[in-house]
Design a protein around this ligand. Structure first.
Ligand SMILES: [Zn+2]
Length: 115
């Protein structure tokens, strides 16, 4: 239930934000940026969020999820590539000396409210 915990987190942050900006009555859309390293299933996150927010002002809020691929950089040949299935092998030279260069992002890009 990884996605449920994340959904709860997002709800808490957005509630806090809405409290700070009193003019926002409803949140139309939340834009999220999530790196694939977190292995979040967008559908499951949306489902859990909707469930959690039943009978709250966020009931109809849309989660706009932008997924960022995990990028690796080979320490042997220097090439970078998108890592599929968390395979720590360079597709160019077969080296297993890989540095991770992205995909661990996790933040709320924006909260779009209805006034
Ligand atoms: Zn390589």
């Amino acid at each position: 239930m990884h996605e449920l915990a994340i959904a709860k987190n997002i709800k808490d942050i957005v509630e806090e934000q809405v409290k700070e900006h009193n003019e926002i009555k409803k949140v139309e859309r939340i834009k999220l940026v999530i790196g694939n390293m977190h292995a979040v299933v967008p559908e499951s996150l949306r489902f859990n969020f909707k469930l959690l927010c039943k009978d709250t002002p966020f009931e109809n809020t849309l989660l706009d999820i932008k997924e960022i691929p995990v990028r690796g950089e080979c320490n042997t040949c220097g090439k970078s590539f998108i890592m599929e299935n968390h395979l720590f092998i360079c597709p160019f030279c077969g080296s297993i000396s890989i540095s991770i260069k992205g995909g661990d992002e996790f933040f709320i890009e924006s909260i779009i409210g209805e006034e």
